[in-house]
Ligand binder design. Sequence first.
Ligand code: SF4
Ligand code: SF4
Length: 290
Amino acid sequence: MDEPLSLPLAAPPRRRGRLAAHGWLLARRCSQLAILALFLAGPLAGVWIVKGNLAYSLTLDALPLTDPYVLLQSLLAGHAPEAIALTGAAIVAAFYFLVGGRAYCAWVCPLNMVTDFAGWLRGRLGIRGGAHLGRQTRYWVLAMTLLLAATTGTVAWEQVNPVSMLHRGLIFGVGAAWTIVLAVFLFDLFVSARGWCGHLCPVGAFYSLLGRKSPLRVSATRRAACDDCMDCFAVCPEPQVIRPALKGEASGAGPLIDSPNCLNCGRCIDVCDRDVFTFTVRTPFRRDPQ
Ligand code: SF4
Ligand code: SF4
């Protein structure tokens, strides 16, 4: 099922305090901004803790971090990567394999703040409807970007990738970057709800595949306490991932949110005043903890 529900944006939680209802959201905004600050501290203030950008960086002149999606494009383009870039990609891939691939979207990607804002504003302005895009479209876009690299011999997608462009725009002030970011914002606001991140972005698609079997998952552990208020569906950026775990007991489905498109963002945990959801660790021998 692709789009299970069409709901207004989050109704205010009923019993939780404002802070408790936004705990994970605040934590990940802090994470996104802190990571940005680390990248900006060098060019803007001469404090070089981190050198580089999201595609490749070196922290404290010792820790290489390479975006494995960019590395894959580079390999397909026929470029031979340096050993340090391969090491950096292995570190990043291992990290997201453990914490959930799309944790990159919720906790790191700077564009997530733009698309979240567009989604919030769309709800406030009461904008409904728009273009219908299948959620699998992002995997086709991903395949096309890889094909593009293989056929052109260049990492062509990275010249227009909105995620990289926003990062470059912030660090180096590249003017064209802002046009692309604005286009994504307007697309999400007027054309398709959660259109970019939820349907098109190949970066999110790549990371979802990377974290397909990640141990860290959200689980609807106390789903029997659910009172059908639908707050979690309303705030979730990928609401289709919730239903099997929350409502699948009758059909034998476990409470683990198993979809690789769950961002591990924690918003469902934030807003549920019945404490239905929690982070959990899936063990290799027990696929769906109860
Ligand atoms: S889907 Fe793409 S743009 Fe959206 S948060 Fe993830 S990587 Fe960033
Ligand atoms: S299910 Fe919860 S943690 Fe996963 S994307 Fe939705 S709100 Fe975020």
